[in-house]
Ligand binder design. Sequence first.
Ligand code: C5P
Length: 423
Amino acid sequence: MTELAQAEGALRGARVLLGVSGGIACYKAVEVARLLSRAGARVQVVMTEAATRFVGTVTFAALTHRPVYTGVFEAEDQVLHLRLAREADLVLLAPATANLVAKMAAGLADDLLSATLLTARCPVVAAPAMHTEMWEHPATRANVRLLRERGIVVVEPAEGELAGGDEGVGRLPEPRCIVTAAAEALARDHDLRGVPIVVTAGGTREPIDAIRFIGNRSSGKMGFAVAAEAARRGAQVTLVTGPTFLEPPPGVDVVRVETAEEMRREVLARFPRAEVVVKAAAVSDFRASAPVAGKIRKEDAPPGIALERTPDILAELGRTKSGQVLVGFSAETTEHVPRGRKKLAAKNLDLVVVNHVGAPDSGFDSDTNRAILITADGEEAELPLLTKSSLAREILDRVVRMVEGRRGRAARGGSGSAPPSGA
Ligand code: C5P
């Protein structure tokens, strides 16, 4: 079966709002509309004013059997952008111009398409197309990064012929690739519906005295990205986080902790009801064995600080799990795969995310991450440099398969790996 044929199941009956903005690639959006309709989607096209200079509204209307809208005031009896946004299961932008990408990043709403985008709460897939200079401009790079952080799927443009006889990166990918990305986004939407998930994030702080602590460089970005993606996919997410400056993702229950012991308490309390635990937190491995209640004055500085190990929360979860999917992280600078495998076995995990730390574009405090995913059932996937939201999506794609596998086995009466009670 082709990828497109596989995707058609997700598209059948889905309400897809196809947003077309003005670039030469508009002619390919016609084929996108045709493929979506053929796959059984109900396609509603919204065009920007500039897009209508490239392709007429009549072409899209004929293919989709619906009126095409371009202006906010085209249906006087209703608030058009509200209706269109609420009636969409997915928004697909093809082509998305540099201007549209920038407007989305800034939250502008000065025409029908951008106003609809600001209102829409369904998944959004954007397929940008523009000249290489525009695609590579730092402003566009920053805008694309921001959109990805917000969970928008941005399809990478292809390389090849561009407008004006130029060549380079920025070409709209082939329509079938765009339609497949749209179908995948629809299939992911709510694939974790109602699944109770605990995610941990950030670094812990272990007090030395009333003022000082042992901490680490973790920003919390990876765990927050996992929590946000899980919530977008319909999970009931509890995010147990160490101190961070990040905004909590919408729809997530946030529990703030400081120390490893507090994190342990909060995670263990929720473990029996959880179906999945993702431990992205960088838990301090050590704490002062005798923290001082007040401030240690300079003059009284002890010759050293005695340390002791903190509890290994993940190892404890691995020892006591009863069907939960357990995901751990392993920050490594060398021997990534053997160390990851060792951790997977030692902590009884279902998936370990081995992330490369030490490079500026990966690991602590970076917006991107380079990781190898190793599962207990034998998959080993080395992923390219990804934004933390894209990596979160990859992790959760595997978690979904594991949850479905367990539910399937439980339904068939299998034992040992049934989802926990109360799930
Ligand atoms: O053994 P190591 O610290 O490298 O393992 C990292 C993984 O274990 C992470 O998923 C982290 O959240 C978890 N961990 C933990 N408790 C600790 C140390 C690490 O849960 N005390």
